[in-house]
Ligand binder design. Structure first.
Ligand SMILES: [Zn+2]
Length: 202
C-alpha cells in the first residue's frame, strides 16, 4: 500500500507463497491483525479433493493443506519425486524460467492450487485487489493465467480476475520491501512521534 499500485489502497488481500503460506488483509489504509496477530493464517486451508496426488503430510498432521502442497519445500520434494533433482527452490524456478517442461508443470500446478486459495479469499473479503506474492505468477505468464483461470472457475464474487488478481509489484525483492515498509509505515503514520527508545550505552 505504501509503494505499490494505487489500486491496492482501498482494500487489499495479500497472499504470500514462499517457504510458508500466509495472507494479510488491509482496508482503508489499516491492516487487520486480530487480537493475536493471527489474521490471515491460511497455511492449513484444506484444498479439498484433487489437491494432491501422493500428498505430503503437513506439519499439522493432516494432508492436503495449502502450505504443505505449495511451499518451496514441497515443490523441491515433488520435483525430486519426478526425477528432477535440484539443489534449491531457486534452481527449480530458474529451470522453469528457462523452459524446462517438468519444472514449468510444477509451477503451473502450484498456480492452480494457489488460485483455489485466492478464490476463497476473494469471496471472504471482496477486496479491490488481491496481490499474489509468488514468483511463478510474478514471472511466468502461463502461471498467472492459470491462477486467474482457477479464480474465474471458483470465486463467486470476483467477476474480473484480470483486474482483481495481480502479481506483486516487488517480485524478487518482496521481503526486503516488506521490511522497509514496516519501518516507514510507522514513520508515515506519526512523523513527529517519539522514536523507539534506544538501548542505553554502558
Ligand atoms: Zn496443515
Amino acid at each position: 500500500q505504501l509503494f505499490g499500485e494505487a489500486s491496492t489502497r482501498a482494500s487489499t488481500v495479500l497472499l504470500f507463497v514462499g517457504a510458508v503460506v500466509d495472507a494479510a488483509f488491509a482496508s482503508s489504509g489499516a491492516m487487520h491483525l486480530g487480537p493475536r496477530s493471527g489474521a490471515g493464517s491460511v497455511a492449513h486451508l484444506p484444498l479439498g479433493s484433487g489437491g494432491s496426488g501422493g500428498a505430503e503430510p503437513c506439519s499439522c498432521g493432516r494432508t492436503g493443506c495449502l502450505q504443505s502442497e505449495v511451499s518451496e519445500r514441497a515443490m523441491v520434494r515433488r520435483a525430486a519425486e519426478q526425477g528432477l533433482i535440484v539443489g534449491s527452490f531457486t534452481e527449480l524456478l530458474d529451470r522453469a524460467l528457462a523452459g524446462d517442461a517438468r519444472a514449468l508443470a510444477l509451477f503451473r500446478r502450484r498456480a492452480r492450487l494457489v488460485g483455489r486459495g485466492a478464490a476463497l479469499l476473494l469471496d471472504m473479503f471482496d477486496p479491490e485487489v488481491l496481490v499474489v506474492v509468488e514468483p511463478g505468477a510474478g514471472r511466468i505468464p502461463e502461471c498467472l493465467a492459470d491462477l486467474r483461470a482457477e479464480v474465474a472457475e471458483r470465486s463467486w464474487v470476483c467477476e474480473d480476475p484480470e483486474r482483481a488478481v495481480v502479481p506483486s509489484s516487488f517480485t524478487g525483492s518482496v521481503l526486503a520491501t516488506a521490511g522497509g515498509a514496516v519501518a516507514l509505515g510507522a514513520l508515515y503514520t506519526d512523523p513527529l512521534g517519539p522514536w523507539p527508545a534506544l538501548p542505553a550505552v554502558s
